[in-house]
Design a protein. Structure first.
Length: 306
């Protein structure tokens, strides 16, 4: 090979290497801040919580009272935690079986367009925009057995006003109702976006072929909407596992600790009682539950091709 050709080839190789290094450095520059923030606000707190969970510690000074797995033993033998875990699973079930079908039904109604569809879309989405604490306080007033709206309506009809928030058997159902009301608009908008991406030609072709509304929904709309449904299910489950902001202003976990979720249990029995080691154990269990669900869901559901 002539010397000039070899020199030119070497120069081109060095140029490609410099370009590759430049792209790598640029990508690293963009990734570095995100990596630092993720490490600072996610990785380190998880590692610290796992470490603290093996101590009996009130949050002051350096933890020195090593108790090993004692916090986890106390956690899994705690009747209130068992109730909180059951309540959390109830929230998950209601979110999947009631909230999401309701959101899908309303999405199909407003996605048709027509007069007033934009107004109804906005009205249905408003509860999600409202802050969780504000929503909890509003519904606490509505459910109040003394001065609430339900109590006033009951008295006007000649009935004894119900004290739903003071009833250990009924209070959890008020939380479930508020959760459905608060978050169905978010999932509805996900479904509306998915419905708008379905080509109208497919629906028209199904109608021409004689498909009924149910057949069109079952064999055309639902398969095309499946990517949006998958994302909606994921958000619904993870959000339900972390439910906290609605519970505390509405019931505070009461009455008689009957309405705690896992997160409100952690806050009440770990943070407010200065039992940081025990609260950290609750956090670790919840973290593992969320990560486990995420990995399984990603492995078997999210990896499916659209």
């Amino acid at each position: 090979m002539p010397a000039g050709v070899a020199l030119g080839t070497a120069e081109r190789r060095r140029g490609r290497r410099r370009a590759a290094l430049s792209r790598t450095a640029t990508a690293g520059g963009f990734l570095l801040p995100a990596t630092l923030l993720f490490t600072l606000f996610v990785v380190l707190p998880v590692v610290e919580a796992a470490w603290y969970s093996f101590y009996r510690w009130n949050g002051y000074g350096t933890p020195t009272n090593w108790v090993g797995w004692r916090n986890y033993e106390l956690l899994f033998s705690n009747a209130v935690f068992a109730s909180a875990a059951t309540n959390t699973m109830m929230v998950v079930a209601v979110s999947l079986l009631l909230q999401l079908p309701l959101a899908l039904w309303l999405a199909m109604l407003v996605a048709r367009g027509g007069r007033g569809s934009t107004i109804f879309r906005t009205i249905f989405f408003l509860p999600y925009v409202l802050g969780e604490v504000a929503a909890g306080l509003i519904w606490r007033f509505i459910f109040d057995g003394n001065v609430g709206l339900i109590a006033a309506a009951a008295r006007a009809l000649g009935f004894e006003p119900p004290f739903l928030l003071a009833d250990p058997d009924m209070a959890i159902y008020t939380i479930l109702a508020v959760v459905v009301w608060k978050y169905f608009g978010f999932h509805m908008m996900i479904y509306v976006a998915g419905l708008q991406d379905i080509p109208r030609e497919l629906k028209e072709a199904a109608a021409i072929d004689g498909a009924s509304r149910w057949q069109s929904f079952r064999y055309v709309i639902l398969p095309m909407l499946w990517p949006a449904i998958r994302i909606s299910i994921f958000f619904s489950v993870v959000g339900s596992l972390q439910l906290f902001d609605v519970v505390m202003p509405l019931t505070g976990g009461g009455p008689s600790n009957a309405t705690h979720t896992v997160v409100s249990f952690q806050y009440t029995f770990g943070i407010t009682r200065m039992n940081i080691g025990f609260g950290s154990a609750v956090g670790v269990v919840l973290f593992l539950a969320c990560v486990g669900f995420t990995l399984i869901y990603r492995r078997f559901v999210l990896r499916e091709r659209d």
